[in-house]
Design a protein around this ligand. Sequence first.
Ligand SMILES: *Cc1c(COP(=O)(O)O)cnc(C)c1O
Length: 472
Amino acid sequence: MPDRKTPEKRTIREKMFGELSDKDLFEQAKTYAVEYMDAVGGRSVFPEQAAVEALRVFDEPLPEEPSPGVDVIATLRDFGSPATVAQTGGRYFGFVNGNVVPTALAASWLAGAWDQNAALGVMSPIAAKLESVCEEWLVDLLRLPEGTAVGLVTGTSVATLCGLAAGRYSILKRLGWDVNADGLRSAPLVRFVASEESHASVFKALALLGIGRNEVVLVPSDSQGRIDPLHLPQPDEPTVLILQAGNVNSGAFDAFSSLCSRVRDSGGWIHVDGAFGLWAAASPTLRPLTAGMDRANSWSADGHKTLNTPYDCGVILCRDRGALVGAMQAQGSYLPRSDQRDGMDYGPDMSRRARSVELWATLKYLGRAGVIELIDGFHERAAQFSEELGNRGFRILNDVVFNQVLMAGETPEQTEAMLTRIQGGRVLWCGGTSWNGEPAIRISVCSWATTETDVRECVAAFVEARDTTQKS
Ligand SMILES: *Cc1c(COP(=O)(O)O)cnc(C)c1O
């Protein structure tokens, strides 16, 4: 059918065909991205105040008319790039934020051009294939039971939601109750047991599943944030126990061996929140931290933390494939199942990005040896922080077993003043927390780009921050 058009006004479709064949738009985006990557190591880790203020440029009403694509991208370069946090440099230690492996970034550019929907095998054979491959590779890498199912979701928050839903589905099914059909109101009681040190996302997932905070049995933890086995309730009721591989502050791991056997033997379900810590299982050096973890039923982890994939890469691993698929069920006459993998069966989303492409590219690029070097490197840099900060008279509040370091000054006031000084400076960025009742500075080593020199310069910045804040 011929396009109807006036000679002076091109339709938006014609413009878009133009953008596709005129390669400027993409060349320009690539140039800006490469410029950004080249400069990121030398710039202030947190953006300059002026750059944050300049974001006012985005406060405009919805445009009535289209804009040229090159202008859209130039606006992002001019005003967006300077207002980013330099997470891809080597001196960002906030939260537990990874960096992106360059090959995974390149893969994500290509996958962006593919624009696949990974809901069903029939929608994207390549996404389905790579998801199956990642499933096998991850189970191998993390030393989990053969046949463990893997779902790719947005992050650990959603992965935990899936694990807990699968656990509840499975326990209720065994008790003769179909939670998908008959809901919770009259269902047999399932007890949820979690450490008082559980990550906030665990309580969010439980609330979304209809389990209120006050219904959760909270188990006290020790000074490192590990669940105290002495306080575990008797396994006399159907129970879902939530354990942790990597406390978000201290990096501590629960004592899986003894905890898992007690709950498993009574037919309970154990979920391990291993957002960043699960990856320790891949390293011969750090693996002892995860001893007994393979006895759990489900595990959640992030690619975008320790593995350094791009964002939006969470992983749910579930020993009982049927329980995960059962809990995530969705049917529709227009949703054909194939003998290929149908990714939507393993998580809450239907339409989903083909995040398997980036995850596969990361694992293919690094290989087992690369993953081990990456993870051991985080631990080595964290240990270096701990040692050098300790030598300079700072207090280290945690046992640095993995990638997390908690440090403090002599007084709470000094700790807070140092943190303010550091966050206002250019050298590094890290966050604060409260640990065993006192303010602490939280250093999370999670970027492949962090070198020994970065750590040394950051320690010097802490010394400078202490000296300056002591004087004032
Ligand atoms: C980051 C984190 C989460 C949440 O993961 P998201 O990917 O941000 O959803 C859960 N648990 C722990 C221990 C974490 O560190």
